[in-house]
Structures are given as structure tokens and as C-alpha cells.
Design a protein around this ligand. Structure first.
Ligand code: HEC
Ligand code: HEC
Length: 243
């Protein structure tokens, strides 16, 4: 990353953080029509090899120099319940998200916009390096001060393990794994994800604001879920790595 780009990025992020301090509470903006496919990332063997060869030590350097750590933490554990943790996330998923933000495929809210600014100076190689760096940590525990509700988590277990045939909802664990560890290629790990981020992103799949999921896999599942079900599932996954 060149230093002139870094200066521009810093200015942009400072501006974004300034405006977002009041936008965070209710930034459920209207979706922006982007058109075209949900993502430009296609999982060819070549693409898989490219991500697999990401350089962890360069990823560590970029995590500090490109300001990722200021929002996602130095070891990928987000300090805010609104923001996703990246520790232990599958490298392919992280790489896909970074590409999707840069190419305007995950866009339309103030939080998306923060990420679009953050990834602006990154090359594909930088993204693979950052993805491998974050994948090198164990799955996250919840940020300090964020708790999960064990009673709510219990309510969610039926949907997660068995799904709901009457609404054609497949069990979450059939894709995300029985330990919330994710799966090939771009199915993310969910264990230890802060509940507020989980709820927000599920609501965005449900109302179509988030539409970078290839084949609408998550939009089709989320569209029939209630707020109470989403909240219960958020607590289930948040508690998976609880100490
Ligand atoms: C100003 C704060 C901020 C900075 C700096 C920042 N992020 Fe983010 N990041 C966020 C927020 C907020 C979200 C959730 C955005 C959304 O809802 O789309 C996010 C989302 C992500 C996601 C998607 C995670 C998921 O589970 O889907 C990835 C990957 C990511 N960031 C990586 C990075 C990397 C790598 C950097 C450094 C180049 C970075 N971020 C810099 C705030 C930030
Ligand atoms: C058919 C496979 C499949 C099933 C079943 C499935 N998911 Fe997903 N899920 C995905 C994929 C693929 C993505 C990544 C989509 C993208 O690129 O945005 C994803 C993304 C997510 C995310 C976003 C994670 C992040 O870090 O932003 C959440 C939350 C989530 N799923 C929750 C659930 C829940 C809860 C269920 C059960 C009700 C479920 N999923 C069932 C495939 C699935």
C-alpha cells in the first residue's frame, strides 16, 4: 500500500467515523441497486490456490497499517458488539467479503460504506494476505462486556439442528457446521460472532439490503425468519465459544 493512499484513507476514515458516531444507532439505510451478479468472486481452483497462498506475516503488517485493527482488533476480536470479529474466519469467506466491498457488491448501509473506504487501497494480494492472517487465529470469544443469553440460545437449537420443513428452511448447521466452524468454500464460521452484528446482518439478508450471497442462499433462508428467531440464533452462535 502506497503512503499517499494511506493518507487519503486515513482522512476518509476519520470523516466516516465522525459522521458515523450518530449514524450507528439507526443506520438502516435504503438499499442501493447495484445490478449484475451478487459477487464477482468465482471459486475456481486457481482462485482457491491464490487465497490459500496468502502471506500471513504480510497480513499481520497490513492489519495494523491499513487500520483494520482499530475496528476489528489486533487478533481479529472486534471491540464493539456491532462489528464482526474476523479471528478464525475461513480465509475464502474473508477474501470474498473484501472483494465484494471493493466492487460495491456489499453496499448500501453506513457500515458497508466504512468497509468500502477501508478496502479501497488494497490489492487482491493484500486481501488474500489479510484473509490468511485472520484465519490463523482460533475462533473468537465475545468481546469484553458482551454477553449471550443462554435461555434464548436454547430456543434456537431446533432450527439450527433440524431446520423447519414447513417453511423449507434448511438446518443452519447443514452448511455452517455443528460447531459453527463454517465450510467450503465461502460458508462462514459463526461461532463467537457478536450478537448485535449477527442480528443486523440477518435482518439485512431478510430485507434484501445485503445481497452479496451467491445463489441468494442466505436471502432465501432469512426471508421467513422472525425477529425473535434471529435473536435466539444470534445468542446460540455467540455462546458457542463462551468461556
Ligand atoms: C472504521 C472501522 C473499520 C475499519 C477501519 C475496518 N473495518 Fe472491517 N468492518 C467494519 C464494520 C462496521 C463491518 C460490518 C460492515 C457491514 O455491515 O457490512 C466490517 C466488516 C468487515 C468484514 C466482513 C465480516 C463478515 O463477517 O462478513 C471483513 C472481512 C472486514 N471488515 C475486514 C476488514 C479489514 C481487512 C480491514 C482493514 C483493511 C477492515 N475491515 C477495516 C468496520 C471497520
Ligand atoms: C445452503 C447453505 C446455508 C444454510 C442452510 C445457511 N447458511 Fe448462512 N450462509 C451461507 C453462505 C454461503 C453465507 C455467505 C454468504 C455471503 O457471501 O454473503 C452465509 C452467511 C451467513 C451469515 C453472515 C455471517 C457474517 O459473518 O456476516 C449469517 C449470520 C448466517 N449465514 C446465518 C445462518 C443461519 C442462522 C442459518 C439457519 C437459519 C443459516 N445461515 C443457514 C450458507 C448457508
Amino acid at each position: 500500500m502506497k503512503s499517499v493512499q494511506k493518507t487519503t484513507l486515513l482522512t476518509a476514515l476519520v470523516a466516516a467515523l465522525g459522521f458515523s458516531s450518530f449514524a450507528f444507532a439507526s443506520d438502516h439505510d435504503k438499499p442501493v441497486a447495484t445490478g449484475g451478479p451478487s459477487s464477482n468472486v468465482a471459486w475456481t481452483a486457481e482462485m482457491m490456490r491464490f487465497v490459500a497462498k496468502g502471506d500471513i506475516s504480510n497480513g499481520a503488517r497490513l492489519n495494523s497499517e491499513a487500520y483494520c485493527a482499530s475496528c476489528h482488533g489486533h487478533a481479529g476480536i472486534a471491540p464493539s458488539p456491532n462489528w464482526p470479529s474476523l479471528a478464525g474466519q475461513r480465509a475464502e469467506y474473508t477474501f470474498k467479503m473484501l472483494k465484494d466491498y471493493k466492487e460495491g457488491k456489499r453496499a448500501g448501509t453506513a457500515h458497508n460504506q466504512l468497509m468500502q473506504l477501508a478496502v479501497m487501497p488494497l490489492s487482491d494480494q493484500d486481501m488474500a494476505d489479510l484473509a490468511k492472517y485472520h484465519a490463523s487465529f482460533p475462533l473468537p470469544t465475545l468481546p469484553v462486556g458482551v454477553t449471550h443469553d443462554a435461555t434464548k440460545a436454547k430456543e434456537a437449537s431446533k432450527m439450527i439442528v433440524r431446520g423447519d420443513g414447513s417453511r423449507f428452511i434448511a438446518p443452519c448447521q447443514s452448511c455452517h457446521g455443528s460447531k459453527g466452524e463454517g465450510s467450503i468454500t465461502d460458508i462462514p464460521a459463526l461461532a463467537g460472532m457478536p450478537p448485535e452484528y449477527f442480528i443486523k446482518t440477518m435482518q439485512e439478508y431478510r430485507d434484501g439490503t445485503r445481497k452479496n450471497d451467491v445463489y441468494a442462499r442466505m436471502r432465501l433462508i432469512a426471508k421467513d425468519l422472525t425477529d425473535a428467531e434471529i435473536e435466539a440464533m444470534a445468542h446460540y452462535y455467540a455462546g458457542m465459544t463462551a468461556k
